[in-house]
Design a protein around this ligand. Structure first.
Ligand SMILES: [Zn+2]
Length: 155
């Protein structure tokens, strides 16, 4: 153990920001994120990873240090997951379109919506924020040939 590090049992999201590698800095290329998400999870796990993405997306979402929905959207931009925008809100159903999603530019494969993890992250974060069950469903995806990635959120 390094002498100047606190002993920790589990990681928090704040811990993720503690980066002290000297040469390679604090970012990794998007192709690595894509490879983990699409080759490893979407193609590598049973049922296109659906059960796993829900579990781990919710868990990550719950760990995010946010105190409003606006902060969640800001964090999506900061983490470069994508650039989300509320496109409709009728009080119990909200639609969020994500521009510049990590999947933008990939070859289209019709019938495939691949950004379910990112929706599950929103679901975990919003369920914790509102202290009730929130469901987030991916309804559009660039990979499916849609004009953006879009989520339907039910409160
Ligand atoms: Zn996407």
């Amino acid at each position: 153990m390094k002498t100047n590090q606190a002993v920790t049992e589990t990681f928090t999201f704040e811990d993720m920001k503690k980066i002290s590698r000297s040469k390679l800095g604090n970012s990794v290329p998007i192709e690595l994120y894509r490879a983990i998400r699409l080759i490893g999870m979407y193609q590598g796990l049973p049922m296109k990873g659906r059960a796993t993405t829900m579990t781990l997306g919710r868990k990550i979402g719950e760990s995010l240090p946010i105190s409003s929905a606006e902060e969640l959207l800001d964090l999506f931009r900061e983490l470069k997951i994508g650039d989300p925008e509320v496109v409709s809100n009728d009080g119990n159903k909200i639609h969020i379109a994500v521009k510049d999603c990590f999947c933008e530019g990939l070859p289209e494969i019709n019938g495939n919506l691949v950004c379910d993890l990112e929706g599950a992250i929103m679901e975990g974060a919003l369920s914790k924020l509102y202290k009730k069950r929130v469901t987030v469903r991916e309804i559009k995806c660039n990979v499916n040939g849609d004009d953006c990635c879009e989520y339907e959120i039910r409160l």
